[in-house]
Design a protein around this ligand. Structure first.
Ligand code: MN
Length: 130
């Protein structure tokens, strides 16, 4: 469900609208499954799914999607402090984001902030992790 909301917001922000065909392509999931999920999200009040007009987010759906994207960005920002290639970072973030709790995410954000503010400490940690 998170991946859908994340993708819908991403599409709305880049293209102005989210269509099942684009969600299906981006998530590599069949269009039938996407349509089912959009109906479910609609019944839960998170999206408004209109077959020919694309899908929009409700206020609640938008709020949740925004939090999902911020979580993705926080994890990415943390891993980018180290010598990890972008493909690995993306893959790891996509896995981690589904499991990480709010308290743990807060710790990761605080550690990222502290490392960014202290280049010497950051260099030390980078060396230790090589
Ligand atoms: Mn993600």
């Amino acid at each position: 469900m998170d991946d859908y909301l994340e993708q819908i917001l991403h599409l709305i922000e880049t293209k102005g609208y989210a269509r099942a065909v684009d969600i299906s392509k981006n998530l590599n999931i069949s269009q039938a499954s996407v349509t089912n999920m959009l109906r479910r999200l609609d019944s839960e009040g998170l999206v408004i799914h209109e077959k020919y007009r694309g899908t929009t987010l409700t206020e609640e759906g938008h709020r949740i999607a925004r939090a999902i994207i911020v979580r993705h960005e926080t994890l990415t920002r943390f891993l980018r402090l180290f010598d990890i290639d972008e493909d690995t970072i993306y893959h790891d973030v996509e896995g981690m984001e589904h499991h990480v709790s709010r308290p743990t995410l807060n710790v990761i954000r605080a550690v990222a902030d502290a490392l960014e503010a202290d280049p010497q400490l950051l260099e030390h940690v980078r060396e230790q992790s090589r």
